[in-house]
Write a new protein. Structure first.
Length: 572
């Protein structure tokens, strides 16, 4: 009994000591917060009263809030009431009232870049390439992009009169459009592609994305496909729970998909599948690239760790952070990073370390020396700290300088608009090809256009000239140097022909979109998409598929940093 009392006293003393320390720490933290808030209030008062010019109170406070949050990470952000609708569309749902167009401000004009199939703009025959000059007879001259976007949006069932200049017409065209509820689906395309392979393109993980993938998969399964491609390229993520639902379509119930670990117990949670899978055995490939992030990486990482899917493409972005929103006064909110997430093998794929910055305050990548090794369910080696590395790496397709120039200067876009005005229809999106005669017509179209650009060869020639001048050798090699510059210039002038195949593909894709919209773009691109071709090849070869998932030979280790190819060097 005496021993128990002594023991009890120790427990009470220890507990009291802990409470005192905790209360002191809390008290000190509270004091520091109270002290600095008082300083901030007094500082604002003095500036407001004494500063030589009038100050904008709202902007000043907003700047202070943003500066405070900048010290954390780019995902922790304050959302004022004025930005709530944009926030909801970006992170929760893409549903809004409007006409269904994408508008760009180009050379001071409001250009319809795209119309969305099945919505008011397309139904009223507004077209990509139309220049909006007035809305409800109000001229848009001098208007900002934000004000025009606001004018186009509005409650379902309200009317608009939109005046446009259309290439090929001599007079403005006024179109009556009735606003509707615009909902951009998470799944932008699904169906069967070559060799009886199912394909689902998931653009985002917002509300209902899990159900959309489930419905698309159910439809595809009715055709008894030989395999499935889940395309997560350029999908920046969204709602974590939707990612769990999508993984659950392919793996058994009660399987760990992702674990989030925060500062408190309430922010730490393990997400498991809870339903029987819809397609537990279908051969599966997931496509990713450097813009696949967050929820996309949860899906790809979980399916890789569980050896359920082959990942093809480029290394993903590397966002292993979880955010949660909290309501604030006056209809505002703050989105805070509350946890890091970990794939089933235990790895966190976060590639940037926002906590330990450089001496200059710059965010740095996780060092190769700190990257750890983990094991998939079948024992394959995977690594943390650098996104999801694909099982089968495909070098990113890159455009030539002339193609980039033609795109950035809108010459591809404008030629597609001209083509649409002289060709009423295309027989097929997937099979459309420009003839050589039509490409020659495009070259003629470019004859009076300014598409000057700087090639890598020209850059090297200029560097050679600078070095020769420094070493006082330019006079000696002047004749040869001038001849070289002339050859480079002549070669550049021939780039429209030299890069004909590449430019034709871009032209064809843009032209197809004028008739078959976003789905047409995708179907037309299936013909030349290297990642899709690789996915089809893997799905058609069961031996290769099994070899990858079992980790045989070169597939044993996935993405280990090695000399000359580290986690911190982007793939070329």
């Amino acid at each position: 009994m005496l021993d128990f009392r002594k023991h009890a006293k120790k427990i009470i003393l220890t507990a009291c000591t802990g409470m005192v320390i905790l209360l002191f720490a809390f008290s000190d933290d509270y004091f520091q917060a109270s002290k600095n808030l008082e300083i901030f209030t007094s500082l604002y008062k003095e500036v407001n009263v004494n500063y030589v010019d009038e100050i904008n109170t709202s902007e000043m406070i907003q700047t202070g809030i943003e500066a405070m949050l900048e010290s954390m990470d780019p995902y922790t952000e304050f959302v004022p009431e004025a930005d709530m609708e944009d926030y909801r569309m970006k992170y929760v749902s893409t549903q809004y009232g409007g006409i269904g167009t994408s508008v760009q401000l180009h050379d001071g004009k409001f250009l319809i870049a795209e119309t969305f199939e099945g919505f008011p703009a397309q139904k009223s025959d507004l077209r990509a390439g139309d220049v909006i000059t007035a809305i409800n007879s109000l001229s848009l001259k001098g208007k900002s992009y934000e004000s025009v976007s606001t004018m186009l949006k509005g409650p379902k069932g309200t009317a608009l009169k939109i005046t446009v200049d259309r290439p090929g017409l001599n007079t403005p065209l006024t179109v009556d459009v009735m606003r509707d509820e615009i909902t951009q689906p998470n799944v932008s395309y699904s169906g069967l592609i070559a060799d009886h392979v199912g394909y689902i393109k998931l653009d985002k993980f917002l509300e209902n994305s899990g159900n959309e993938v489930s419905e698309a998969l159910n439809t595809i399964l009715k055709s008894k496909p030989s395999g499935l491609i889940l395309d997560l390229r350029s999908n920046g993520g969204g709602i974590l729970q939707e990612a769990v639902k999508i993984v659950n379509l392919f793996v058994a119930a009660n399987t760990t998909v992702v674990t989030q670990k925060g500062k408190t117990k309430e922010k730490s949670y393990t997400y498991k599948t809870y339903n029987p899978p819809l397609a537990p055995n279908i051969p599966l490939v997931v496509l990713v690239n450097s813009r696949s992030a967050s929820a996309s990486e949860i899906v790809a990482g979980a399916l890789q760790d569980l050896d359920r899917a082959v990942i093809i493409g480029q290394r993903s972005y590397g966002k292993g952070l979880v955010q949660q929103s909290f309501n604030l006064p006056y209809n505002s909110l703050i989105k805070i990073t509350v946890a890091k997430y970990y794939t089933p093998s235990g790895r966190c794929i976060q590639s940037l370390d926002y906590t330990h910055r450089s001496a200059q305050g710059e965010v740095v990548k996780v060092a190769d020396s700190l990257i750890s090794e983990y094991h998939t369910k079948a024992g394959r080696l995977v690594y943390d700290g650098s996104g999801i590395f694909p099982d089968q790496f495909i070098a990113q397709q890159r455009y030539s300088p002339i193609a980039i120039t033609l795109l950035s200067k809108f010459y591809i876009f404008d030629y597609a608009t001209l083509y649409r005005s002289t060709h009423k229809q295309l027989t097929s999106a997937k099979d459309f090809r420009l003839t050589d005669i039509e490409y020659t017509d495009f070259v003629k179209y470019m004859s009076d256009k300014d598409y000057n650009y700087f090639t890598k060869t020209e850059k090297l020639v200029n560097e050679l000239q600078e070095e020769a001048e420094k070493e006082k050798k330019l006079t000696e090699i002047r004749t040869e140097f001038d001849a070289l510059k002339k050859k480079v210039y002549t070669s550049k002038q021939n780039d429209l022909n030299q890069f004909k195949d590449e430019i034709k593909l871009i032209l064809e894709n843009e032209i197809v979109s004028r008739y078959y919209f976003q789905k047409g773009r995708m179907e037309q691109a299936f013909n030349t998409d290297l990642e899709i071709k690789s996915a089809e090849a893997v799905l058609s070869d069961k031996a290769v598929l099994a070899s990858i998932l079992k980790g045989n030979g070169k597939y044993k280790s996935i993405g280990k940093p090695v000399l000359g190819f580290t986690a911190n060097v982007p793939e070329q």
